[in-house]
Structures are given as structure tokens and as C-alpha cells.
Design a protein around this ligand. Sequence first.
Ligand SMILES: Cc1cc2nc3c(=O)[nH]c(=O)nc-3n(C[C@H](O)[C@H](O)[C@H](O)COP(=O)(O)OP(=O)(O)OC[C@H]3O[C@@H](n4cnc5c(N)ncnc54)[C@H](O)[C@@H]3O)c2cc1C
Length: 393
Amino acid sequence: MNNFFDVIVIGAGAAGLMCAIESAKRNKKVLVLDHAKKIGEKIRISGGGRCNFTNLNTHPSKFISENPKFMISALNQYDQYDFIKLVESYSIKFHEKKLGQLFCDESSQQIIDLLLSECEKYQVTIHKDFIIEDISYSSELYSVKSLINTLSCQSLVIATGGLSIPKIGASKFGYDIAKKFDLNIISTSPALVPLTFNEDILKICKELTGLSVNAIVSFGKTIFQEGMLFTHRGLSGPSILQISSYWKIKEEIQINLSPDINVYDFLLQKKSANSKQDVQSAISEIIPKRLSQIICINLNINGKIIDISNKLLHKLSLFINSWRLNPIGTEGYRTAEVTLGGVDTREISSKTMMSIKHPGLFFIGEVVDVTGHLGGYNFQWAWSSGYVAGQYT
Ligand SMILES: Cc1cc2nc3c(=O)[nH]c(=O)nc-3n(C[C@H](O)[C@H](O)[C@H](O)COP(=O)(O)OP(=O)(O)OC[C@H]3O[C@@H](n4cnc5c(N)ncnc54)[C@H](O)[C@@H]3O)c2cc1C
């Protein structure tokens, strides 16, 4: 094998493959290396097997980064409609599930096949199960050393993703390379991840395992209204995953279990109508019965509404409309969909994704300090940042 390439991309995920395709379209000789035995595993498991590949509402406000403007250039150069055009060119059928989220009708494998077909079309070489031992730079070339050989290239693209789901190949490789080249890292943590709680709350969650409710979940001024799921480990579901990307350890979140109804007004109305209705059955009109049972038992409130003091009704309504609770942590990288933080965007040109200090060294996708909200934004960032790097490698 000739050991020189114009471009070596490390990481055959969404961002890496996109970058490789775009570089190869510009007649560059491109090699993609991945240590995993299978290509595109994260794409395969994404979106419950249907890959939520982009979002119609893609906008910089849907991303978290120490520099909230960093993603603007890449999203402008390659947006959701560009990727949709690519998907349509492969006749892949898709649908909007909700909130602009686009999913494949059939399977996420279609997106992997699309990327691999494009790689083949533009003669990208891919080596999987490839273990890299060292990376170095001299005489304007980057060298990638493995047990079997040393490869060199003019442009080296780091697309090794974040730390979530180590069992399908996540590693800290990208951060280590950044550190080796003296680039700053914004500290990393699991995001889009279920939250865990102490015994008191966990007991409630366990009793309600499997129950899903529409809820407003907030942390400070950040608010999400989507489904929330009780699990035997704590709380999950879209609204919790979204807030987990903002929540800070030791701080509280607030949950409104009945977003459309002010429960205190509702109960006072019933009381003034001289209602002999049992409080729990009244509450069951606005939240699921199992939930109303558990709340009433927990607060030790029962009997007819008319016999219950306004103070207690208020306490009950506060629990439903603004339940304040302190998570003790998250389920961690084992189940997190993404990693918050990463290579500091101040180290990278937002126009090209190239390191400012090290010409020819690029960082794209999740390894960079750009994290999308739930809903297809993380893949859009992978496509956009990969596309951009592909124009400048
Ligand atoms: C369960 C789950 C579901 C998700 N669903 C969605 C969704 O529906 N929509 C959405 O937008 N986002 C979703 N995400 C997030 C999305 O998958 C990621 O943000 C996206 O894949 C990041 O792309 P990437 O190319 O930067 O990294 P990755 O896709 O993680 O690719 C990185 C690649 O680098 C390789 N690699 C790592 N270390 C090394 C090394 N040392 N040497 C060689 N290769 C290495 C890995 O094997 C991997 O192939 C989901 C994530 C998870 C975990």
C-alpha cells in the first residue's frame, strides 16, 4: 500500500464519513481509519433504529457551546435542506415525527448505506478494526503510526466523536490528540441522559416505572415541554434528556406535571362548587390515575375536596405544577446520547474546522465543544462540520 494520502480521517462516524466524501469529491486521496469492527454503529442505533438524521428547525439556538456562535458558519455552508437533498437522491423515504424531527421510514441502515455508497463512488478507502498507536507531525506532514505501518498525510481530520456508549467504540482519543497538540479542552460530561435521584424520589419513580406524561421540565430559565418517563432508575424521556444537557450537579430542576391546568384553581373551583368528589379522583381528571394515587399517598392527602384545607390543596397543586427535585446524578456515558464539552472552539476556525495553531489538523463532529439538543441536531452538526472540513482539507 502506498502510505501517503492527501487526507486521513480518524473516525468513520457521521462526521468523518461526510468529510471523507467531500474531500474525495475534490479529487483528494482519502483514507478513513476506525478502530471499530463495524462502520456507523452509532448511526445504526440512533433514533430507535430509524435515525433522526436532521431537524427542519435547525438553528444555532439548538446547540450548546461555550461559543454559541461557533456553529453558524458550518450550518450556513451545509444546512438541513442540503442533507435532505442527499437523502432524497438515494430515494430514502422519511417522515417528520414531531417538532421538525426527520426519521427514516424504514431503517437507519439506509443512512449508513448512503454514506458508504458515496465513499465508494468517490473512491474513499476505509480501514476498520485499525488500531492507531501514535500521531505526530514533522516536515508539514502528519504521521499516523499503527502496529503494521506508518501512514502520512497533508490533512489529518479527527472525527472520533464523544465518550457516550463506550461499548460501541467511543474513546477519548480525539481529546488526547487535541491535548498532544496543546489545544484546550472544555471539560466533558454526559448529556441527553436520564437523571438519577435519591431513595425518596427513586421510590416514586420505581412505583411509576413505564408511565409517560407530558411535562414542562425546567432548570433556571431553560424550559422544555415534551414527554417525561418514569423508570426504575429515575427519570427519562425527551424533556428530561433535554434538561440534562443544562442541569448542574447539586442544583434543582422543576417539573410541571400538568402544563395546561393550574391545579390550585382547578381544585378551588371544585371546592366552591361544593364538590363531594374524592381529591384523588379529581386529580385523576388531569394527570394519570397511577400518578395521582402516588402523589396523594406521598403527601398524605385524601378524602373529599370539600373537607380538605386550602393550605393542603395548595401543597398538592404545588407538587403537580411545580415539583422541585434535586437529581443526584445522571446515568452517565453508558446511556448518554452525547458528550457535552470537547475541543475548545477557540482553537478551531469556524469557517474551515481547521486548528488555528496547527495548519492541516481538523476537528469535526461531536469531539468539538458543540452539542445539539435532542431531535436530529447532533447529526446535522456532524454533516455540517464534516462537509465544511471536506472543502478545506
Ligand atoms: C443511542 C443514541 C441515539 C442517538 N440518536 C440520535 C439521533 O437520532 N439523531 C441525532 O442527531 N443524534 C443522535 N445521537 C447522537 C449522534 O449519534 C452523535 O452525535 C453523532 O453520531 C456524532 O457523530 P461523530 O461522527 O462526531 O461521532 P461518532 O458517530 O461517535 O463516530 C466516531 C467514530 O470514531 C471511532 N473512534 C473512536 N475512537 C477511535 C480511535 N481511538 N481510533 C479509531 N477510531 C475511533 C468510533 O468507532 C466511531 O466510529 C444518538 C446517540 C446515541 C448514543
